[in-house]
Write a protein that binds this ligand. Sequence first.
Ligand code: F6P
Length: 560
Amino acid sequence: MSAPIDATATSAWTELDAHRSAFQPDLRGWFASDPDRVGKLSFTLADLHVDLSKNLVTDAVLASLVKLAEETGVPERYAAMLEGDHINTTEDRAVLHTALRRPPGASPALTVDGQDVDHDVQAVLEAMDAFAERVRSGDWRGVTGKKVETVVNIGIGGSDLGPYMIFEALKPYADAGITARFVSNIDPADIALKTADLDPETTLFIVASKTFTTLETLTNARLARDWLWAGLEASGAISSSDDDRTNAVAHHFVAVSTALDKVAAFGIDTANAFGFWDWVGGRYSVDSAIGLSLVITLGPEAFRELLAGFHAVDEHVANTPLAQNVPVLMGLLNVWYTNFLDAQTHAVLPYAQQLHRFAAYLQQLTMESNGKSVRWDGSPVTTGTGEVFWGEPGTNGQHAFYQLIHQGTRLIPADFIAFVNPAFPLSSDGRDVHGLFLANFLAQTKALAFGKTAEEVEAEGTTGALVAARTFPGNRPTTSIFAAALTPRVLGELIALYEHITFTQGVIWGINSFDQWGVELGKQLALQIAPALEGDADAAAAQDASTRALLEYYKANRTV
Ligand code: F6P
């Protein structure tokens, strides 16, 4: 694997430094002096209309950013990923989530490390479809013969955030009378509350774990199994014999994993397990078998549409020159803001309540991918990396944190995502509510970009100290992503867009965006500390002073 190119040593970086030192953001002036600005900076990305015009860039800055992508080898690295090179260097793995959404019969065929990737991907998809159809039609039944009404996905991180986010986003497509719940946290409140009102006879658990070693997931899976047995035994549906219990698990548990041996060891029949491969990173896995809960609830057709959306964006990235390549441009803008304009965070603000888990999903995608201090050859990074992603749907955020974005001292680039057509076309007082909603999206991006000058405030009759308080500086950068409707295809496009933005930034920073060693230490320490909470005095004594004091507090106050 070639060494990362130090972005700071490129001529583009020198140019960008020069732009930065003379930089005077002036969106009002730029819009006034360049009638073509919106046209030049608006793009069609599959079904998405992407307007970059309200970003803090001039033509010259943009040209240097595109040059930066060239000089740091973004296209070459992307090609290496698609060809199955082991660009995940620390785990010596290929990175092939893009293969999960190649259409059947894609050509040329993709064979990597001796594996016929296309064949294997299609085989699992077909198995998922067939299983989902059985559940949806009622052919698959619980141990007492009842149809499944609720699917409970047990997983965490990439084995939870994607399916959960998409289910919430596409709920209107759930057409088979089957709903889904998502249990992730090892906090027992999660599974207790999410199973409290469920009927074991109509519940199907999907244990989703790439490694099938994750403490949270295996603990919750055991709790779910105990809950199932207890419920069925209490109603007399089964006895407590080993045979009855095994039979109940066979009817109410399926699994998704790359480690089918561990699935079997847990007691789930591998005939009811769906596999994927080590070249799919957890946070890139929602379009693998990890999406099984979606195929069941939304249907195979909707899931294929989702994959088609992903693929459309993959094709755009692979075949579009850098200067028109939307994910690359958005990644470059993030680099500009992070490394040159000192932005620390990035807001994602969907004007779609159904996308209320989108920011949480993106947090894993972006921050687990690019929250790194070393490059892919182990050398220290030469730039700042990994901005903090956060957000909430509008208009709720408007009444919470937008104040800081409008008038605070920090630069917070923000992505606004909106849809022309509502999933629920309601009116109130004779007015289209979705229209009122979208007026807020348009108003916010306008206010952030162009602000309100002191003269404008005064012209409205305000005087004295209030003038400053009511002045909006503007020049707060936003990207507007607009689409006709929140469909499975459009959602696939949106997710793939952010995957490729993340990748672009990772390449420029020289990062391996596909490992996550930073989560390991906490996992190891939790296992060491757990015995101390169970009363092991030696384990408690081995801790640092602060941890010991916290354990003492725990001991003194635990009452249940
Ligand atoms: O702890 C981080 C992580 O490894 C994520 O990358 C992953 O998505 C999550 O844990 C869950 O892992 P698994 O699917 O193997 O249970």
